[in-house]
Design a protein around this ligand. Structure first.
Ligand code: SAM
Length: 156
């Protein structure tokens, strides 16, 4: 089979070179909201979000970040053919802000928006990846380093 490949360097929220209803499959791994390494990318595009992060307002920052991703999902829905597929690789985030430890459930927030705009949910593929760093939990893996620790009891 002969295939052709075109690389477009564009904002995923504005794929104006791609006609509506023309795409069979989208596979994407967006920046993960509330994982610290992506703070700068999100905050650089939204001053209110940057302020929320500076004030350590976790839920507000989470929502601002997801509103930016919502625009990407809206655009994905536009370019996909009816019956096309979007495969989204996303992890939840755990973070402590103002002494409050919390899980920021990225997959839940994304799925809610996808369903609102007309996507149909299909079974999730859960990658339970054990982290190889003793000081990391999620972000770098779904399981803590010691899989028999009390944390893993809570996850299952
Ligand atoms: C979690 S990383 C995925 C990296 C990718 N899997 C790879 O191997 O290069 C998220 C990527 O999305 C890119 N990104 C962030 N915002 C974007 C946007 N609005 N449009 C397109 N790409 C974006 C980031 O620069 C980053 O490379």
């Amino acid at each position: 089979m002969k295939t052709t490949h075109t690389i477009l360097i564009q904002d995923a929220a504005r794929m104006d070179k791609i006609p509506s209803g023309s795409i069979d499959l989208i596979v994407t791994s967006p920046p993960y909201p509330m994982i610290e390494m992506w703070d700068g990318l999100f905050a650089g595009r939204n001053k209110a979000l940057a302020l929320a992060l500076r004030k350590k307002q976790g839920p507000e920052a989470f929502e601002f970040m997801h509103r930016m991703l919502d625009a990407v999902w809206d655009e994905a829905f536009r370019v996909l053919k009816k019956g096309g597929f979007a495969c989204i690789n996303i992890g939840d985030a755990v973070r402590t802000l103002q002494s409050d430890f919390a899980v920021y459930s990225n997959h839940t927030r994304i799925l809610r928006h996808l369903l609102q705009i007309g996507f149909t949910a299909l079974p999730m593929i859960i990658w339970r990846k054990q982290t190889n760093a003793p000081n990391k939990f999620m972000g770098s893996g779904m399981l803590p380093a010691g899989p028999m620790s009390p944390w893993s009891m809570n996850i299952y």
